[in-house]
Design a protein around this ligand. Structure first.
Ligand code: BG6
Length: 477
């Protein structure tokens, strides 16, 4: 059975920066042997040769191409000029590639969601949709629950839920996989993973980039909807969910959904206590002097480029444990991590020796490196009967130094879609439940007229975000 990939918006930024490099890495690892064609469709009139050169240049910016892999890969690549919302474009694609109903067709929509509906219809009308067809879509999946439901309804009129692959590229990151292994394959963690033993959880996704060319789009969305609705809530789900009976798509998605539905809505009364909005001002990152968000944008704005939230999960496992989330642009460093802070010991038997145990801390770093670190207490190796405790770090990471090919999140997810595995893709119900919680925050921000605090570029966000934790007697890691 031949697999054909069709990338709509195939000469755009996402395709060039993420999709072709991911597909090329899969080719290098010989994972694409059953993929017969990779076709880019877009309206700009260009030749296949032109597309191949563009992709080759883009790939060569980061790596030295393997000539065999490139030659196999480029033979599969073709460019098809056409308006993907028209049946004619789809029909001519079908005829050109001689696609039969036995072939698998995977369509990636690397275009804005406003055209998802018409593209799906054109695919259907051209007779390209059958049980062997899959469609991959990417955020933004709406800007609130209502708009998401509309987008989904349009997709559903042509595709069933089993055929729709909603990407959240954070789920394709190596450490996210490792988090599941850590949680569900180690007895010591399964026992401790609950409110009785965990004091609080922090999830940080810090970026150094500003909004760059996306300022216009970003200004209508802001950090809450750009990052928290999807990436941070998905991470939170994986940290908080109950063990699924089997690690398959149906069970994992069902458990994540329960977490999303247990998120406590943030009331109007608590909105300014449990959330902090920030916007980057000028400053410096490394050696670069950078300008303020409003200068990037070209006008004043009340959109947040930073958000910190104290989230609560109302269920037996997590009641009383705050989940502090934060994300922002133009912060000091680019890193994403999950911090699990365990509770302090109930009794210190070394009090008479003047030393004390610090609580255990588990840190799961997603990027730039994929690492897991457990901090625990150890005795300082000194002679005599003096007892001094010290915190030591146990590094649980596997090294990927030996790996010949580095696969990124998109490569993993594309391969999963090729293998018909929806485990790391998001269900419609999850997206809906995330929007419901986020919509509540947006609504209360409006009613409360919640202030957007400026923060210096190169800092870790506005002081108020530190204040939020300080009020709870905690601090950001
Ligand atoms: C995207 C957001 O989903 O994720 C961007 O729209 C953000 O604003 C990006 O920069 C971050 O992804 P990564 O993998 O670079 O951390």
């Amino acid at each position: 059975m031949t697999i054909n990939l069709l990338i709509i918006g195939g000469d755009g930024d996402l395709a060039l920066r993420k999709l072709y490099p991911a597909l090329y890495s899969l080719e290098t690892g010989e994972h694409l042997s059953n993929v017969g064609s990779i076709t880019a469709m877009a309206r700009t009139d260009r030749s296949t040769q032109d597309l191949q050169t563009k992709i080759q240049e883009k790939l060569s910016e980061k790596l030295v191409l393997n000539s065999n892999a490139w030659s196999t890969f480029s033979e599969k690549l073709s460019y098809h000029t056409g308006d993907a919302t028209s049946v004619d474009a789809m029909l001519s694609y079908k005829d050109n590639l001689n696609i039969s109903s036995n072939d698998v067709l995977i369509v990636y929509l690397a275009v804005p969601p406003k055209v998802f509906g018409s593209i799906a219809k054109a695919l259907g009308d051209a007779g390209l949709v059958n049980a062997n067809t899959r469609i991959i879509v990417e955020k933004p999946l709406g800007e609130d629950k209502q708009s998401f439901l509309e987008i989904d309804k349009q997709l559903n009129s042509v595709f069933s839920e089993k055929q729709i692959y909603r990407i959240d590229h954070y789920l394709g990151k190596e450490s996210i996989q490792n988090l599941l292994a850590l949680r569900f394959s180690n007895l010591i963690f399964t026992k401790l993973w609950r409110a009785e033993y965990i004091d609080s959880v922090q999830i940080t996704v810090a970026e150094t980039v500003g909004v760059e060319k996306r300022a216009g789009f970003y200004d209508d969305i802001g950090a809450l909807r750009d990052m928290v609705q999807n990436h941070l809530l998905q991470i939170l789900c994986l940290v908080a969910m109950e063990p699924p009976a089997i690690a398959n798509a149906e069970m994992i998605r069902a458990e994540k959904l329960k977490v999303l539905k247990s998120l406590k809505p943030i009331s109007l009364e608590n909105i300014s206590k449990q959330t902090v909005r920030g916007q980057y001002d000028k400053g410096s990152i490394g050696n670069d002097i950078v300008q303020a968000y409003t200068d990037d944008l070209g006008h004043d704005s009340n959109t947040e480029t930073f958000v910190a939230i104290k989230a609560e999960i109302s269920n037996w496992r997590w009641a009383t444990v705050p989940f502090y989330l934060r994300t922002g642009k133009r912060l000091k460093e680019r890193y994403s991590e999950i911090d699990i802070f365990f509770k302090p010991l109930k009794h210190n038997i070394f009090a008479n020796r003047g030393t004390k145990a610090e609580p255990n801390h588990l840190q799961i770093s997603l990027q730039p490196d994929s690492q897991i670190m457990l901090r625990f207490m150890n005795k300082k190796p000194i002679l005599g009967n003096e007892m001094k405790l010290q915190a030591v770090e146990l590094n649980l990471s596997q090294t990927s130094d030996d790996a010949e090919i580095v696969y990124d999140a998109y490569a993993r997810l594309l391969l999963d879609a090729i293998n018909e595995d929806q485990t790391l893709f998001i269900s419609a119900q999850e997206v809906e439940a995330s929007w419901e919680w986020i919509d509540g925050i947006v609504k209360n921000w409006k009613l409360d007229e919640t202030e957007v605090f400026p923060y210096q570029s190169g800092s870790m966000g506005p002081n108020q975000a530190h204040g939020m934790l300080a009020r709870d007697g905690r601090e950001w890691d």
